[in-house]
Design a binder for this molecule. Sequence first.
Ligand code: TYD
Length: 207
Amino acid sequence: MIISFEGLDGCGKSTQIIKLKKYLESLGKKVKVLREPGGNSISEKIRDILLDKKNLNMVFETELLLYLSSRAQLIKEEIIPLLESNHIVLLDRFIDSTTAYQGYGRGLDIEVIENLNNFVTLNGKYIPDLTFFISLDPKVSLNRVTTRGEEINRMETAKFEFFEKVHEGFQLIQQKNPNRMIKIDGSLEPNEVFESLKGKMEKRIKI
Ligand code: TYD
């Protein structure tokens, strides 16, 4: 089973992923968390290129194809073997980030992106069973990013309007895929967010 987490930078995905991992492990499940871009040595190198602030001249088409390359590698090298050995795979970002950031955010053709996502997921065979969209006001999430004390990466140097478009993009993707994608209010306290997420998950899928 694949469960992905989506949302703006600073929306609280990573905290929720850790909580869900612990919960699923307490039920005796084998769980693996992978992050995108990254998750294996080739994809981590691609991640370095994508997030390096020295690469401010990267064109959007290059950016798109690098995210897709990283995903192609992750799916064949990590996700497929993990699923075969009966793991639940928790993904910190996946296909919807590309549609939201490169499609709605950068303005690249959504249909091209959907086709590329379809191509690397082997005709949709490896799309998530469930996706949590942690929804948070772009102002709040960006404020978290700039105050968390970590250096900001190339993607985070974008203008505020970009993140607003990405946020709207996630809403639209969720509306288009209501069966797979569940919207979670990320403005609550982390334990409350988790309770809501767990409740909604247990209604949708049998763990
Ligand atoms: P990261 O530091 O992992 O951010 P976060 O903790 O918010 O996930 O950086 C990943 C960045 O890459 C983030 O700004 C979102 C962006 N991204 C895309 O633009 N397209 C994609 O397909 C993916 C997977 C990520």
